[in-house]
Ligand binder design. Structure first.
Ligand code: DC
Length: 217
């Protein structure tokens, strides 16, 4: 099976780019952030302290999560409920960043991710795909952009969805999340040695897609 791994910080454009590329290539798009967000949501719903490793591990190993592909689109279910939209908030994203640092949480999701990659050709995006999940990926991309540009992109996304937001706060959240994701002990966000870095700060979507498609060839 073929594997394209895309890692990078929040808001670098991973999911937008991975979705377009997966369609172009006829591969399955696996959004691993959505999996961590679903477990983050499970912890929020359980009302536990997100820093309590034992409690988070207990909830996350048992949470009835299911991943489905409907018309090629990944949907996340928690306890039978489609939470694919519910997980797209700053609150859930921040919870996921906190709960994803624990071993048990990662073990469960990494297994699901590897299983998918053994069954399908995949474009998989996340934080540790090139370093941990798919160390033998055919191509590894590390997508980055400045904090300012990433915050502006998130701001635009939220505005388009009609969600109230503040650019300064988003910038602070992104910087805090970068720090949390890059400094955690287990599988921190970092560029794999053999990954190719693509800085998208001054590129539009088409340029990024063309660049990566060219590298894939
Ligand atoms: O990509 P995202 O913003 O949906 O990810 C949400 C959080 O999940 C992110 O802050 C860190 C965590 N995550 C992770 O630890 N490993 C991954 N492969 C993907 C996401």
């Amino acid at each position: 099976m073929k594997k394209l791994a895309i890692d990078g910080p929040a808001g670098a454009g991973k999911s937008t780019i991975a979705k377009i590329l997966s369609k172009k290539m006829g591969f399955m798009y696996v959004d691993t952030g959505a999996m961590y967000r679903t477990l983050g949501l499970a912890c929020l719903q359980a009302g536990i302290d997100l820093e309590d490793e034992a409690a988070v591990s207990e909830v996350c190993t048992k949470a009835p999560i299911v991943i489905k592909y409907i018309d090629g689109v990944q949907k996340m279910y928690l306890d039978g409920v489609d939470v694919s939209e519910t997980i797209r908030t700053e609150q859930v994203s921040s919870a996921a960043s906190t709960t994803s640092k624990f071993q048990k949480v990662r073990e469960r999701l990494v297994k699901m991710q590897r299983d998918l990659s053994e069954e399908y050709d995949v474009v998989m995006d996340g934080r540790d795909i090139g370093t941990q999940v798919l160390p033998n990926a055919d191509l590894k991309i590390y997508l980055t952009a400045s904090v300012q540009v990433r915050a502006e992109r998130r701001y635009k996304e939220y505005m388009e969805k009609g969600q109230e937001c503040n650019l300064e706060e988003i910038m602070e959240d992104i910087a805090a999340r970068d720090h949390q994701d890059m400094t955690r002990e287990i599988s921190p966000l970092c560029k794999a040695e053999d990954a190719i870095e693509v800085d998208t700060s001054n590129m539009d979507i088409d340029e990024v897609v063309e660049t990566i498609a060219g590298l894939w060839k």
